[in-house]
Design a protein around this ligand. Structure first.
Ligand SMILES: Nc1ncnc2c1ncn2[C@@H]1O[C@H](COP(=O)(O)OP(=O)(O)OP(=O)(O)O)[C@@H](O)[C@H]1O
Ligand SMILES: [Mg+2]
Length: 235
């Protein structure tokens, strides 16, 4: 029996008011176990990104509760929420969002140092931190690209740097919004193989995808239609 990691309980999100009210997410509940791999699927505009952002504490719900590792996200203030995001959650986005003037290695080390500064950790160990980040780049198959700028990397390689960056603070869960949405089929297969490896090694993955090839690799698919959880399929 796996440990329960995140509880999503009756989450709703409404944007706007009165006549231009949009119910983006409507009373969604499900659990995520540690070490599991969940794919969120559904048509465009039906609430997938909104739900993922609420799960990651990037946005607040209109109703409902998210519990991560015994912490109720809606009871945290903005500073506590930012700290929880930095320590417990890794984000990966469709357009990589790497800083263009930093090398691959610098992009990976940045959130580690920001987090240590945030925690007022006095003992920044530059050499050890860089070694950790190099090991992460090696893990995603990019040891030889550590000093490359993002513009000199392919889309698939940039996404692997972004995945290494998401892992640097050793998060409990990786939340990924269409992580292969901007990749060709060969790069998609590469990144997908990396997800399998990470999941085999114990990482908890939640990803939004429009690709049936990606969704079918997950152990569970959750479908959102009109913001409602309408189907849950386990592999
Ligand atoms: N900040 C916002 N303000 C107002 N409405 C919003 C906002 N963000 C999202 N919405 C609306 O909420 C609904 C759900 O949007 P969301 O981005 O979650 O969809 P999605 O399923 O991720 O779509 P896609 O597959 O195209 O990325 C849409 O109708 C969208 O227009
Ligand atoms: Mg989206």
């Amino acid at each position: 029996m796996r440990e329960l990691l995140m509880e999503i309980q009756g989450i709703s999100k409404t944007y706007g008011s009165d006549s231009n009210k949009v119910q983006a997410v409507d009373n969604v509940s499900f659990d995520i176990e540690r070490g599991s791999w969940t794919a969120i699927v559904g048509p465009s505009g039906h609430g997938k990104s909104t739900l993922l952002q609420i799960m990651g504490g990037l946005d607040r719900s209109s109703a409902g509760t998210i519990i991560l590792d015994d912490k109720n996200l809606s009871q945290l203030n903005n500073r506590q929420l930012a700290q929880l995001r930095a320590n417990k959650i890794g984000f990966v986005f469709q357009f990589f969002n790497l800083l263009p003037h930093l090398t691959a290695l610098e992009n990976v080390v940045l959130p580690l140092w920001l987090n240590k500064k945030w925690l007022n950790e006095k003992r920044l160990n530059g050499k050890k931190d860089l070694q950790k980040c190099l090991a992460l780049l090696e893990r995603v198959g990019l040891a030889d690209k550590a000093n490359n700028l993002p513009s000199t990397l392919s889309g698939g390689q940039q996404q692997r740097v972004a995945i290494a960056r998401a892992l640097v603070n050793e998060p409990d869960i990786l939340l990924m919004d269409e992580p292969t949405g901007n990749l060709d089929s060969v790069s998609e297969a590469d990144v997908l193989a990396l997800f399998k490896e990470l999941n085999d090694q114990g990482s908890t993955l939640v990803l939004i995808t429009h690709s049936s090839a990606v969704a079918s690799c997950a152990e569970r698919e959750i479908e959102l239609i009109d913001g409602r959880l309408c189907k849950e399929v386990s592999a």
